[in-house]
Ligand binder design. Structure first.
Ligand code: NAD
Length: 329
């Protein structure tokens, strides 16, 4: 079979990724790979993430193989807290794609923009499949880099009228307000309790290590997409809320170790077999939301296959349009 790297290694820059991979492309790629994971057609390899003892950096790899989509590769990168002072993004990553038939390196794809767009797509997939159809109010907890991508993606999947938002650093909220207005939504900064009382859908996207939303503040029928917890020890919502909800995730193994369910599982309030991969809902093997009163919670931990899926879309589109750089090893 002809591989896209037959004419040399493809180089797909950050700018090109932004130009070619929009929210629709990312949504479709992430939805498809979640479905493939649940069918057993795609799997993630164990994640490596280490403090390197230099520049306060965390560095690691997320990798996997999607047999259905024929995508093999690794995202490598991490977090360099001193980058802001250098005018660079703290999170840095690059995706390496390999030809699954030969093992040849086929593409190098910038991973910074794609990480944001694939994380937003993950929450959007959960909203599309699990939120009540009549959801009108979107609650945002978090106002950092990822939050604006999350808001834009979520807004496309229900007829929201309003955004209610809370952030531990309130001075960050005006940027999110600007994005809400751009997509035609009213915006209100609220307390955490008010957010729970008003929101039909809630996205949490912070770096919290303690719960920011408690069980009793959340109204029946709410859908939560908990997206910030991606490391052992992090936590965004009350473990009792997780135990009370019907829980879905991208990957169960990652959810119980580094995701939002880690605390409820450790406390014995939730078991692994009570957590459903969202791919099962996409594939029609699980009904998803059971009633209008049920609280559904999606634990989006962020898997390597999401990165590979969107990077593969970027590489294919860049190749087709003749826009990618070329190199030989
Ligand atoms: P950012 O640094 O731009 O913003 C951080 C956000 O967390 C802000 O809202 C800030 O006010 C809040 N915050 C900072 N310290 C906090 C604390 N101690 N307690 C509570 N809140 C705190 O980061 P970002 O790029 O927007 O990413 C937000 C989170 O999402 C990070 O934790 C990141 O690791 C995680 N993330 C998850 C995925 C995934 O796939 N699940 C992907 C990318 C990022």
């Amino acid at each position: 079979m002809k591989d896209m790297s037959d004419n040399g290694l493809l180089i797909v820059s950050e700018d090109l990724c932004q130009q070619l991979v929009g929210r629709k492309e990312a949504f479709d790629a992430v939805q498809d790979v979640f479905a493939a994971m649940a069918r057993g057609d795609a799997y993630n390899f164990p994640v490596i993430r280490e403090a390197i003892g230099y520049a306060d950096a965390l560095y690691g790899f997320k990798s996997g193989f999607d047999r259905a989509g024929q995508v093999l590769g690794v995202k490598s990168g991490g977090y360099w807290p001193g980058n802001t002072e250098k005018g660079l993004t703290n999170h840095q990553s690059t995706v390496f794609l390999f030809d699954p038939d030969t093992g040849r390196l086929s593409a190098l794809v910038g991973g910074n923009y794609l990480t944001a767009v694939r994380t937003a797509a993950s929450a959007a997939v959960s909203i599309a499949h699990l939120a009540r159809r009549d959801s009108k109010v979107l609650g945002m907890v978090g106002a950092g880099h990822q939050s604006t991508f999350q808001l834009r993606a979520a807004a496309e999947h229900r007829d929201f009228e309003k955004v209610v938002a809370w952030n531990p650093h309130p001075e960050m909220l005006p940027r999110l307000e600007g994005v809400a207005h751009e997509v035609g939504l009213e915006f209100q900064a609220v307390t955490q309790e008010e957010l729970g009382a008003q929101a039909d859908v809630i996205i949490t996207i912070t770096s919290a290590f303690e719960p920011l939303l408690m069980k009793d503040w959340i109204k029946p029928g709410t859908h939560l997409a908990c997206m910030g917890t991606d490391t052992k020890g992090k936590q965004e919502v009350d473990a009792m809320l997780v135990a009370h909800a019907t829980v879905f995730t991208d990957e169960v193994a990652q959810s119980i170790t580094i995701g939002e369910t880690q605390h409820a599982v450790a406390d014995g309030q939730l078991t692994k077999d009570q957590i459903t991969p969202i791919g099962a809902v996409i594939n029609g093997d699980h009904p998803g939301r059971g009633s209008d009163e049920e609280i559904t919670l999606f634990d989006g931990t962020g898997v390597g296959l999401q990165d590979l899926a969107v990077a593969s879309v970027a590489a294919k589109l860049a190749d087709k349009a003749g826009l990618a750089g070329r190199a030989t090893l």
